[in-house]
Design a binder for this molecule. Structure first.
Ligand code: DC
Length: 430
């Protein structure tokens, strides 16, 4: 299950503008549930049915199929195979949607569709009852409001811009009427969930509102993450310093991009892999303790296995999609550790950058944490006192990785981007 953000509020509060902005920024799927009610409203109007007559509307549902699809990142609403996205934005359909949405059977009809989209994706879902009924366990719940006059003014400007001939007073009347309908119906009325954060947007710009909600999403992602106590980090720093001495003696190690070294835990460090001591070369400069994915074969060697476990190494089977290893990685990140990972899954024999396995993108996406690329380079063969350069690159946020649905394609593309960034940090001669 991905991150679920529920965005509720009255008509014209700016929910869809904000939801679209956020979905684009974060790489989430935007789900406009109002469009689903509008599609059913359109069907009822076309059928010539009285939209407030439950006895007429309920039998129609049998003939209706509503789907959402995404074209170039924007949502399209499909009613019985027809793309009705543009036809549902008229005042007549707004009223019809408001009327049919009061019918419990209509709400039940759409409930499972809405929940199933939320189960599979990181989503921003806007509507009236998302935080109260559809996704009561949403990670973030926001209730957006604005005065009726301000909402009418915004809608007026929007429609004028589209070249429509509109009257402010009519729009205000419409908004008041819909507010009344939506909050006085018996089933799932418009109401703030107890645990929702209310944002009054009357005097806020869209950008400010989006920033505020992004902060809420960010802290929800991190809320379960712990921080490793200072004394343990202090002890670790001493061990790290002692462990680094033989390597500084054996090689001429140069660090680049130190401004990009993470200054907190719960991030992923992803590097290219050529020697057994790559994890140590990375750890020397990172203050926060890391966990490591290491090949399962190493855990068959008695003393080595104990040493690796002591430094928070855990086994991964390279041949299969090792779910238990991914779970361990996630659990370390949530406990405040970093994860150092070599996405190619094996050491490169010739120094060339290979392809990433899906693990790195999967963990980044499930934990919602950034990936810091690291490039390690040296001239081959690696001899005593040879120069080794370790370059830290700018972190890739989960948004930049665009892992929306955790589908194979998304994960592959995110993996490619990570390897590309690592590749840019690797230079043949170090
Ligand atoms: O958000 P909108 O204006 O497109 O919604 C159209 C109507 O659908 C609105 O008047 C109330 C109803 N609706 C609802 O009852 N529950 C939702 N989750 C979304 C919309």
């Amino acid at each position: 299950m991905g991150i679920n953000c529920a965005l509720d509020g009255p008509s014209g509060a700016g929910k869809s503008t904000i939801a679209k902005t956020l979905a684009k920024r974060l790489g989430y799927v935007y789900v406009d549930t109002g469009a689903m009610y509008r599609a059913i409203g359109l069907y009822a109007v076309r059928a010539g049915a009285d939209t407030s007559d439950k006895g007429r509307i309920v039998p129609l549902l049998e003939n209706i199929s509503v789907e959402l699809c995404y074209v170039d990142g924007s949502q399209r609403v499909i009613l019985n195979g027809e793309d009705v996205s543009d036809l549902i934005r008229t005042p007549e359909i707004s009223m019809a949607a408001s009327a049919i949405s009061a019918i419990p059977e209509v709400r039940t009809f759409l409930l499972e569709l809405q929940r199933s989209i939320a189960r599979k994706n990181n989503i921003i879902m806007d509507g009236r009852d998302i935080g109260t009924v559809i996704l009561p366990n949403a990670d973030v719940k926001v209730f957006m409001t604005a005065s009726a006059e301000e909402r009418a003014r915004r809608r007026y400007e929007e429609l004028k811009e589209k070249g429509q001939d509109v009257n402010y007073d009519d729009i205000l009347k419409d908004i008041n009427q819909r507010d009344y309908n939506d909050s006085h119906r018996e089933t799932a009325p418009l109401k703030k969930a107890d645990d929702a954060v209310e944002i009054d947007t009357t005097n806020m710009s869209a950008e400010e509102v989006a920033d505020r909600i992004e902060e809420l999403i960010d802290s929800a992602i991190r809320k379960d993450f712990k921080v490793i106590p200072a004394w343990r980090r202090g002890f670790y720093s001493i061990i790290r310093f002692i462990a680094s001495i033989p390597f500084y003696i054996a090689f001429s190690i140069k660090y680049d991009g130190l401004e990009n070294v993470p200054d907190h835990g719960s991030v992923i460090l992803a590097g290219n892999h050529q020697t057994w001591f790559d994890p140590i070369l990375i750890a020397i400069k990172v203050k926060y303790i890391s966990s490591y994915m290491a090949k399962a074969e190493l855990f068959k060697i008695p003393i080595l296995s104990q040493i690796i476990s002591l430094v928070h190494g855990f086994p991964t089977r390279r041949s299969s999609n090792d779910v238990s290893s991914l779970t361990r990685a996630e659990s370390f990140i949530r406990k405040g550790y970093n994860l150092t990972i070599f996405p190619e899954g094996t050491r490169s024999k010739d120094g060339k950058i290979g392809r990433a396995k899906s693990g790195v993108a999967l963990v980044a996406s499930r934990c919602g944490v950034p990936v810091y690329p690291v490039g390690i380079s040296y001239k081959r063969p690696l001899r005593f006192r040879r120069r080794i350069t370790v370059r830290f690159g700018k972190p890739l946020s989960p948004e930049e990785l665009k892992i929306m649905s955790m589908s194979k394609t998304d994960l592959r593309m995110a993996g490619e981007l990570i390897m590309e960034r690592i590749g840019e940090l690797v230079k043949d001669n170090g």
